[in-house]
Ligand binder design. Sequence first.
Ligand code: HEC
Length: 176
Amino acid sequence: MKRLQFIALLIFAGVATACAVTFGVHASAAADKGDAAGSGIELPSGYRDWRVVSVAHEAGNLNDLRAILGNDPAIKAYREATLPFPDGTILARLAWAYTPSEENNKVFGREQSFVAGAATNIQLMVKDSKKYAATGGWGFAQFTNGKPAGEELIKTCYSCHIPAKANDYVFTHYAP
Ligand code: HEC
């Protein structure tokens, strides 16, 4: 009996450890992906490998450099000039501080080079015409260091994109 009890205890300890490890891993994986508090949209895996739609520079308070990337449905729609964008389209706007490059300027012999500095934030537009019918068919999300922005900020996105309604609420044009 004693031996059986010992074995039972061992099994219990093993299961308990496995549970702790599993839940621990789940919790940190969720944090890495940045479960979106505001919109429920997560940062899609592999977004950094998506193709470039275009680039932009915002001066003023933003003072950043940005790349607009698209997943496969986005790139296909852009190249075939399909409007509205089909469900499943995701556009990602990555931004970095607009930073002078001393390293590059030394080579040029004058102050002319600006490069991407620290990452600022990532914004997403996710097309699902049913789910996001109230906001032009687009779900909006923003992540700073992987952390999702809250509802209050996300509420401001759609209204500012309305001027681009003729282009399915998307401002960025494809840079050939
Ligand atoms: C003040 C108006 C304004 C607000 C608020 C705003 N946007 Fe935009 N957004 C723009 C403009 C203008 C562009 C194109 C220029 C650029 O990229 O800087 C743009 C570009 C984008 C793009 C690239 C695709 C496109 O439409 O060109 C995404 C993705 C995006 N915004 C997501 C968001 C999200 C998410 C929010 C809310 C957190 C948001 N935007 C809030 C004006 C706005």
